[in-house]
Design a protein around this ligand. Structure first.
Ligand code: WTA
Length: 636
């Protein structure tokens, strides 16, 4: 068994071995790491409860594998180059040894605040080196981190803090994003009005804007760390102890806390990173994701550090100070491996080539895509203008719940095909099923994507509600993990992800539940009821189309729109703002009160040529009214 696959034959051999004897395969991969105690049992699992245990009985600390393990040979290697939002500000670089020291110091800070193993800590921070320090220090003391994307509203933050029962919040005074300065600490203060369980808030000084520090609760990072010792012995944790919680949207209810545990996640994050990206000793890797998403966890923090690679960490946004920023950063650091989302590619494509051609981009070797299906036009633009037709594109399919990349080309090894995630990684056994759950064998089939065997970083539970985990992922089809995605396997056995088949929409690579957006809209004082669907959007992949019934039917529509936008921003955050808001008098409901969403989807897509059977509607007349008021040109 090899660690880094070098060619297609090796991939095929490894894949076969991983299916034949998964335990032997993963045990071999796990041996590379530092263990405080070796595991007793490689794998124990069932998908009915579900109960999955990898490397059971082992003890370790993931940060020893990210940091301590590299000190001897790579201590002076750069772990991160940090590129600030404003390129005129001094950039920073941090070596593995320096990162180790900072993490040890902050671990001691956490200990001094009384943090115990298993305690939940919420991190709400901008993209600065300290967010990595905070994440790793939590892991080092055995606490469970829950990072919340710093674009979420106070109300979303508070919900996540309460669900995880976090005692401590780590944040900053403010953050710089493009030409905006965001008052992060004020948002935390507002959130904490509804989260009385939080005992302490540690605040990193980033913008030096004025903030209110609540005595006895709020403490400055910068002061605490000055006094902290740089020596810290990592806390041993069990293989199956939770490493983190990350909230993600589903088709129903509030976002759920996806729980990942330590050893399996570690092994798979490193294995997938190494094999998909194929970095070497001199690579400069850059993922443009935010730490608040799973890509930030697995492929900014854990994967690259476990592999001992040098990365770029970027605070800003792709369009500031202009849409050439990504390419400027690539040239500046001579980035070799670049990983971004299709929505960013499409947005930059729309800005024109004049922002790309001034840059050399000759350091690039591998390009990656993640988060949503990449359309062929964007794929070719990326290939032609960024990769100059010499960089393989790895279209990586995975999910918050999968912890790591499951289906993707291995850079330079798997032949790519635009819009195809291509082939499963070793250890990953995808199946495509029809709506009854029958496996569709062979090639040229289309259906729902499931995985039939556990891989090491599979979701273990949803925090505080195991039944929800079972219901959502393991109950649709017996003995299968259901991804929620539609998928096609073509004549070459290549996988193409077709998008969600449930009520989850993917807006600019951000996952959102339509029910979640509806709940937020319904909080608006002008609205009685709403229904939300996704529609194809040139840049965002999917846009949000909301149909709303108003309290006062005479109210001016622009007033309603502004009010709804403000409410959604307040309750979820700006990422959930609907692109289109149509005021309607009624929604197409069946006699049992269910909204017939397919009709609304058709209207939002502008294609009403075939609405199917609408005779079961309580009032078929509402369909005509909705069609008349549609905010897109309708065909059919
Ligand atoms: C979608 C992001 C097509 C998919 C890592 C999945 C993709 C959801 C791809 C998970 C891809 C992610 N091609 N679709 N390469 N990558 N998706 O949890 O619908 O934010 O179910 O994880 O994004 O989104 P999440």
């Amino acid at each position: 068994m090899v660690y880094k696959i070098n060619n297609l034959q090796e991939y095929q051999r490894e894949y076969a071995a991983s299916v034949e004897n998964p335990e032997a395969f993963w045990a071999k991969q796990a041996e590379r790491f530092q263990w405080k105690k070796k595991w007793d049992c490689v794998l124990d699992w069932n998908f009915s409860e579900p109960d999955v245990k990898w490397f059971f009985g082992g003890k370790l600390n993931i940060t020893e594998n990210c940091l301590d393990r590299h000190l001897l040979n790579k201590g002076d290697k750069i772990a991160f180059y940090w590129e600030p939002n404003d390129s005129a500000e001094a950039r920073r670089s941090i070596t593995y040894r320096e990162l180790h020291t900072e993490v040890c110091k902050f671990s001691n800070v956490l200990k001094s605040l009384g943090v115990k193993k298993g305690e939940r800590i919420c991190i709400y921070m901008p993209m600065i080196p300290e967010v990595v320090v905070a994440v790793l220090a939590c892991a080092r003391v055995g606490a469970i981190h829950s990072v919340v994307f710093a674009g979420f509203s106070a109300s979303s933050l508070s919900d996540r803090i309460n669900d995880a029962k976090a005692d401590l919040v780590i944040t900053s005074d403010g953050s710089f994003r493009g030409n905006k300065t965001i008052a992060i600490k004020d948002i935390v203060d507002e959130a904490l009005e509804n989260s009385p369980g939080v005992k302490n808030v540690v605040v990193y000084k980033r913008t030096s804007q004025p903030v209110t520090m609540k005595p006895g609760r709020d403490l400055w990072w910068n002061e605490l760390i000055e006094k902290a010792s740089p020596e810290h012995e990592a806390e041993p944790v069990e293989s199956e102890d939770p490493l983190f919680i990350l909230y993600t949207s589903g088709s129903t209810g509030k976002p759920k806390g996806v729980v990942h545990t330590t050893a399996g996640y570690m092994v798979f994050a490193e294995y997938s990173f190494t094999n998909v990206f194929q970095c070497n000793e001199d690579s400069i890797y850059w993922s443009t994701a935010d730490i608040g998403w799973i890509t930030g966890h697995s492929y900014i923090v854990y994967g690259p550090l476990l592999a001992g690679v040098t990365s770029v960490l970027f605070e800003g946004i792709p369009t500031y100070p202009n849409p050439g920023r990504f390419w400027d950063v690539v040239d500046k650091y001579r980035v070799t491996h670049f990983y971004t989302a299709p929505t960013a590619i499409r947005a930059l494509m729309a800005c024109g080539l004049e922002y790309v051609t001034p840059y050399k981009l000759d350091s690039l070797q591998v390009l990656g895509s993640v988060g949503e299906p990449i359309n062929e036009e964007a794929w070719h633009w990326y290939d032609d203008h960024v990769g100059k037709n010499k960089c393989p594109i790895v279209d990586t399919w995975w999910q918050t719940e999968t912890g790591g990349i499951l289906i993707s080309p291995l850079a330079g090894i798997t032949k790519t095909k635009p819009s195809y995630a291509t082939l499963p990684l070793p250890g990953v056994q995808p199946v495509i099923v029809d709506s009854e759950g029958n496996e569709l064998k062979g090639n040229n089939v289309e259906g729902n994507l499931c995985i039939k065997f556990p891989w090491p970083s599979i979701i273990r539970t949803t925090y505080g509600d195991h039944e929800r985990c079972r219901q959502t992922y393991f109950s649709t089809y017996k003995n299968l993990y259901f991804t929620g995605d539609g998928c096609r396997r073509d004549e070459d056995g290549y996988y193409r992800i077709l998008g969600r088949v449930d009520d989850v929409i993917n807006v600019s690579g951000h996952r959102m539940g339509t029910a979640e957006v509806e709940n937020a809209i319904n909080e608006d004082e002008t609205v009685i009821e709403s229904a939300v669907v996704g529609f194809p959007h040139d840049i965002k992949g999917q846009g949000i189309y909301a149909f709303v019934i108003c309290e006062d039917p005479e109210l001016d529509h622009e007033t309603v729109r502004q009010s709804v936008l403000a409410t959604v921003t307040r309750i979820i955050g700006p990422i959930a703002k609907p692109d289109k808001i149509q005021v309607v008098r009624g929604l197409p409901k069946t006699r049992s009160g269910k909204i017939m969403r397919r009709i609304l989807r058709k209207v939002a897509e502008g294609d009403v040529s075939n609405l199917g059977d609408i005779s079961t509607l309580l009032d078929p007349g509402v369909v005509e009214e909705i069609k008349k008021g549609a905010l897109v040109p309708l065909k059919g």
